[in-house]
Every structure is written in structure tokens, then in C-alpha cells.
Ligand binder design. Structure first.
Ligand code: ADP
Length: 464
């Protein structure tokens, strides 16, 4: 199979060659026609003038031609390649240049033939003779002149040279043009095929599992530039995805290991008879199992949300009612820490989304706000409509806050600011990942503003 590059070079070269050959033929034909017309025109004019001059040499009184002058006319005509033969009507005058200058006549005819064959190798010419009537105003027909020449038409030496030079110029221009076209074709083919070849190579390497490789080829053609950009983007995304998957596997293994080790240690101690199976010890095992179950459920949920295989049941619902319900659900935890939840939400506040999913977000954010607030603190929930296009919700706490260098990571799965607090707070660093995934499935955004010691604000934007 021919490569794109070779195909383009061959196609372009053939096209150019056909155009060049056609143009050369047209030019050649035009030049030949122009020169033929020019030669015939010149020949006719000269013959007419010669006939006129011969007529003028007629002596009416003597009833014959002036021989000396006729001979001069004959010689002048011979130089132009014309052989004159004259007969008077009363047969008292005869002139034939061939009888006077036979050798010169043969030479001249031969030279003209040679020139014509030099310019047109296939020229089919032969000796031609045309008869013209000689007239006089008084006597009417006074004789005849026979003009012989190498025809059907002939060019002078200079004209033949000029035609030959023009044909040569056309031929060499064609050759140069053709060579230049082939060079341009090679450059163009390279410019087009190089990025494609590079993309193919990268695609093959990606198919072989080498994610992240980038095509370096540059192109000024928009489509090719887009092609290179797209394959590079794809390669980068696959690499990112692969890293994420690897990271996720490592994280999951890490998160599962601690509770599993705890359960394993306690159960083995009980089997070996080192520990008596008591309610407290079995309860500890049960707590770890519950943590594991919660972790597995959260991971499954995150997977579903991030892979968009779950449908959202979108509707307009009353956000104020949802907040009131949530405040009741958290009543035990807030009263334990003497925390108050202050709602700055209008009673007719509307949110467009999946009720259960938005509720899940609010639970995660309020739970975190309670967890990271000190006793007696206040938690605020605000709602406002921004430009009739979206709602803006804030969940504000005045707790410990998040260090600035950690803020960028808190939405990442398994990320916890204080790693040692996980067992104490029960958090596994997945809640905010789920929250972010839910908000993004709603085409919204979630941002965090925080200052250590002053508190944290989560800002949610949801389209209306
Ligand atoms: P976790 O289940 O550990 O709370 P999250 O994903 O909900 O996991 O939160 C990730 C981390 O972000 C938490 O471990 C905590 O360090 C930090 N964080 C989240 N919300 C707050 C908050 N309101 N105040 C301070 N830190 C917070």
C-alpha cells in the first residue's frame, strides 16, 4: 500500500506534468500559427510588390520589359527565396532566374528547406509555383509571372532561429516548472504527512499501553494542529486516569488495611485463647466492620457519581424545608456540642436538583462543620439567587479552619488534613469527594474559603 506522502507526491507531480505538457502544446501551436500567418502575410505583400514592380518595367511603346531591371528584380526576389519566371503575352520576352543563376537557386531552396526542418522536424514542404497575371492600363494583360518558392510557407533564417529559441524556452521553462513542482510537492506532502505519521505512531504507543506520550509534530494547518492536540490530550487524560486508578487502588488498600488488621488481631487473639470473647471486644470488631462497610459503600457511590451512570431525578424543591429537616436530624449532635444552626434562607427558597443527592451534600457539609467546630460555636446556612440564573448556598462554620496549603487537596478522595484524627472523627476523607462529584453532576461548582482558627465557608453554585 502506498503511503499518503508518496501518493500526494505522485498525484501532484502527474497533475503538474499534464498541465505543463498541455500548456507547452498550446504555446507551441500558438507560436507556430502566429509565425505561419506572419510569414504568409509577408510573402503575399512581397509578391504583390514584386508583381507591381515588374508591371512598372513594361515599355508600352516597345511592347516588352526592360530586361536589365527585371534581372535586378529577379535577384532581389531570389535573396528572399522567390524564384521568378516571366512570360510576355506576345511571347517576345522571357525571363527565368533559374537559367541565369541555377546553382544559387538550388542553394537558396536547400537552405530554406534546412531551416524549416531545423525548426519543424516533421515539416512537409515542397517547391511551389504560383502564377500571377501582369496587367497594364492601356494594353490590359501584358504577361504572366510565375513565383516559385519552398512552401506552403517558409521562414527566414532569423525567424526560424527565433521560433526555435522560443520553443526551447518553452521546453526548459516546462522542465524547470516541473522540477519545482516536484520539490514543492515533496515539501507539502511532508508538511501534511509528518503530523499524521507522528499521530499514528503515538496512537500505536497508546494502544500498547504507553499512556502520556506526546506527539511533537507542529503544523500550520488547523485540522492537523487539532489532530495532534487531540491525540496529546487523549494521551494525557489516559495517563491521568491510569495514575488516578493506581492511586485509588493504593489508597483503598491502605484504608482497608488498618480496620482489617484490627479485626484480624482481635479475632486471632480470641481464637488462640489469649483473649476471652467479650461483648466489648466483639463490639470493637463490629465497629471496624461497620467502618469498612461504610467505606466500601462510599467508594461505590463515588464511582457511580464520577462515571455518570446514575440518573439524577431533577426537580424544583423547597430548600428551606430541607434545611429545617436537616437541623432536626442533627439535633442530637448539635445539642451535644452546644452548637446552633442559623438559617439565613428565605421560606420560599427553591433549588433545582436531585433532592436526595443535594441532601447528601448538605449532610456531608453540615456534619463536617459540626465535627470541626468547637463547643458553643454557630453554623450558618445562607441562600441567595444570583442574577436569576443560579442559586448560591453557603455553609459557614467558625471552627478550626483549614491550613492554606491543604485547601487545594481537601476534595481529593481519602484526603484528611489531620491524618491522625480519622479514627477519632470517624472520617475517611471521601465525603467531600462525593459532595463535589454530586455538585458537578448538577453542572454546579463548589469552592472552599478557610482560615485557620477562624472557620470555613463552603460556597455552592447551582443552576436554576
Ligand atoms: P472526612 O470524612 O475525613 O471529613 P471529607 O472529605 O468530608 O472527609 O473532608 C476531608 C478533609 O477536609 C477532612 O478530613 C478535614 O480535614 C477537612 N475539612 C472538611 N470540612 C472541614 C471544615 N468545615 N473545617 C475544617 N476542616 C474541614
Amino acid at each position: 500500500m502506498k503511503s499518503l506522502k508518496n501518493r500526494m507526491i505522485i498525484l501532484y507531480s502527474i497533475t503538474t506534468m499534464v498541465i505543463v505538457v498541455l500548456l507547452a502544446i498550446v504555446f507551441n501551436k500558438s507560436i507556430n500559427t502566429i509565425f505561419r500567418e506572419y510569414a504568409e502575410n509577408l510573402h503575399n505583400k512581397f509578391v504583390n510588390r514584386t508583381v507591381e514592380r515588374i508591371e512598372n518595367q513594361y515599355d508600352i511603346e516597345a511592347g516588352t520589359f526592360d530586361e536589365e531591371k527585371i534581372e535586378r528584380i529577379g535577384l532581389t526576389s531570389l535573396k528572399k527565396g522567390l524564384l521568378l519566371r516571366i512570360e510576355s503575352v506576345n511571347d517576345n520576352f522571357r525571363f527565368d532566374i533559374r537559367t541565369k543563376n541555377e546553382q544559387e537557386c538550388i542553394n537558396i531552396l536547400q537552405t530554406v528547406e534546412e531551416h524549416m526542418h531545423m525548426v519543424y522536424p516533421n515539416f512537409r514542404g515542397e517547391y511551389t509555383e504560383n502564377k500571377y497575371v501582369l496587367n497594364n492600363e492601356q494594353d490590359g494583360v501584358i504577361g504572366w509571372v510565375y513565383v516559385g518558392y519552398y512552401g506552403p510557407y517558409s521562414l527566414s533564417v532569423n525567424e526560424a532561429m527565433l521560433v526555435s529559441k522560443l520553443n526551447n524556452a518553452i521546453f526548459w521553462s516546462g522542465v524547470i516548472f516541473l522540477l519545482m513542482s516536484v520539490i514543492i510537492a515533496v515539501i507539502m506532502a511532508n508538511r501534511i504527512s509528518n503530523p499524521i505519521t507522528s499521530v499514528i505512531e503515538i496512537a500505536k504507543r497508546i494502544a500498547a499501553g504507553e499512556y502520556g506520550v506526546q506527539a511533537k509534530a507542529k503544523s500550520s494547518v488547523k485540522e492537523l494542529e487539532d489532530l495532534v492536540y487531540s491525540i496529546n490530550e487523549m494521551s494525557y487524560s489516559l495517563k491521568k486516569e491510569e495514575l488516578q486508578k493506581r492511586q485509588m487502588c493504593t489508597d483503598i488498600a491502605h484504608e482497608l488495611r488498618t480496620p482489617l488488621c484490627n479485626i484480624q488481631g482481635q479475632v486471632e487473639a480470641m481464637i488462640d485463647g489469649l483473649w476471652e470473647p467479650s461483648k466489648v471486644r466483639l463490639g470493637n470488631c463490629h465497629t471496624e466492620i461497620l467502618r469498612l462497610t461504610k467505606l466500601v459503600n462510599q467508594l461505590q457511590e463515588l464511582y457511580i457519581l464520577e462515571n455518570t451512570c446514575e440518573t439524577l431525578y431533577m426537580c424544583r424543591f423547597n430548600f428551606y424545608d430541607m434545611c429545617c429537616i436537616l437541623r432536626n436530624e442533627f439535633e442530637k449532635r448539635i445539642s451535644d456540642k452546644n452548637i446552633t444552626i442559623r438559617l439565613q434562607v428565605p421560606e420560599d427558597a427553591i433549588v433545582y436538583g436531585d433532592v436526595q443527592r443535594i441532601k447528601q451534600c448538605m449532610i456531608n457539609l453540615i456534619a463536617n462543620a459540626i465535627t470541626y467546630s468547637s463547643e458553643g460555636n454557630e453554623i450558618g446556612i445562607t441562600y441567595r439567587i444570583d442574577g436569576m440564573k443560579e442559586v448560591v448556598i453557603h455553609i459557614i462554620d467558625y471552627g478550626q479552619g483549614i491550613p492554606i496549603e491543604e485547601i487545594g487537596f481537601i476534595f481529593e478522595r481519602f484526603y484528611r488534613v489531620d491524618k491522625s484524627r480519622s479514627s477519632k472523627t470517624g472520617g475517611m476523607g471521601i465525603g467531600l469527594s462525593i459532595t463535589k462529584a454530586i455538585i458537578e453532576r448538577h453542572d454546579g461548582t463548589i469552592t472552599v474559603y478557610s482560615k485557620v482558627g477562624e472557620g470555613t465557608t463552603f460556597e455552592i453554585h447551582l443552576p436554576l
